[in-house]
Design a protein around this ligand. Structure first.
Ligand code: NAD
Length: 327
């Protein structure tokens, strides 16, 4: 994928330098690789709490730092033109047990914004989440009510609001991208070290790391009784960030496919694509799981001129290839 962006071409006659926070994680490491292959210079900050240093392309400059640490040297040693801010703790259940840890999603973002103000950095792309919508259901547009039902979602919504205020007060351009379920492999053979989502859980069953998939609830009001979700490929998702660097628009944008796949369909399609039966059983419903959660991506299409290209079956194949090679 090669995208020449206005930002890249115009900044001081050379390609812009992008600070990627969380660049050693699942999505951030793909973003680092993609930015580099599009000619950008890249600086990464990651505390390696979950990320892995070996996922970070060696052409990027790496700082092992927590976002709440003193970030001065990152901004003093590099002329940062824009920030893509992925770094955050993201486990929903853990956020309901350890709010102290998750508060650093907010304080770290404020610290980052303060350094941006100090060094006159005028653009931020923020990783937000469908979790800001809480128990909204069906096809969700950016106009739906935000009402997070876990602390993780609250931290994302707070960051969105703080970023919006820094935009008003300091003229920082911002796009907060609300991701739905991110899956697939962006070419780095990523294996989730702490699988909590259905995609990596299915993969762990396939490679023999767990016995079976437990599908939470089969009595929802959906076509087969299991929950319906919207899965977006990591490569498509990252492309939207690079386009967002360049748009003259401030606000929130959903990133999804506008299509829903049920958990049972995901299990069946995996068996079909991989040619190996995925053992599963039905368990109880989980509290707070809405039956259907699909992103309306109309705004992303319009504002970013972005369209997801990869199907769920492509994501199954690429993720399985990654897991097969890593185990
Ligand atoms: N994966 C998804 O389906 C999904 C969906 C919605 C939103 N998001 C958001 O996208 C972003 C990236 O998600 P991911 O799936 O790549 O997660 P990830 O855990 O793989 O990556 C996050 C990275 O941030 C680092 N990090 C966390 N807290 C930090 C801190 N305080 N200081 C410095 N580094 C820190 C971690 O070490 C990790 O490398 C997160 O903000 C997450 O909330 C992800």
């Amino acid at each position: 994928m090669f995208l020449i962006t206005k930002l890249g071409v115009l900044i001081r006659g050379k390609m812009a330098t992008i600070l990627v926070t969380g660049g050693a994680g699942f999505i951030g490491s793909v973003a680092v690789k993609t930015l580099l292959s599009n000619g950008y210079s890249v600086v990464v900050v990651d505390n390696l709490s979950k990320g892995k240093k070996d996922l970070v392309d060696s052409k990027a400059k790496f700082y092992e730092l927590d976002l709440v640490d003193d970030l001065s040297k990152v901004f003093e040693e590099n002329k940062i033109d824009a920030v893509i801010h992925f770094a955050a703790y993201k486990a929903v259940e853990e956020s309901m047990e350890n709010a102290v840890k998750y508060s650093s999603n907010i304080t770290g973002t404020i610290n980052l914004l303060n350094r941006m103000v100090e060094h006159n950095v005028k653009k931020i792309i923020f990783s937000s989440s469908a979790a800001v919508y809480g128990e909204e259901k069906g096809v969700i547009s950016e106009d739906n009510e935000t009402n997070p039902c876990n602390y993780y979602g609250f931290t994302k919504l707070e960051c969105e609001k703080i970023i919006e205020w820094y935009g008003k007060v300091y003229g920082i351009g911002y796009v907060s991208l609300r991701y739905f379920n991110v899956a697939g492999d962006g070419g780095l053979k990523y294996m989730d070290p702490d699988a909590k989502n259905i995609f990596p859980i299915i993969m762990e069953v396939l490679v023999g790391k767990r016995e079976k998939v437990v599908v939470f609830g089969n009595d929802y009001d959906t076509r087969d009784g299991t929950c319906i979700r919207d899965y977006i490929d990591v490569t498509d998702l990252v492309k939207a960030h690079i386009l967002a660097l360049d748009v003259d628009y401030n606000g929130v944008i959903n990133l999804g496919t506008s299509k829903g796949v049920s958990v049972k369909e995901l299990v069946d399609w995996t068996s079909e694509v991989i040619g190996k039966q995925v053992p599963f059983e039905y368990g109880d419903r989980r509290a707070g799981d809405p039956p259907t959660l699909i992103a309306s991506n109309e705004k992303a299409l319009k504002v970013l001129n972005w369209k997801p290209e990869r199907s769920v079956k492509d994501m199954i194949k690429s993720t399985y290839d990654a897991y097969k090679q890593r185990v």
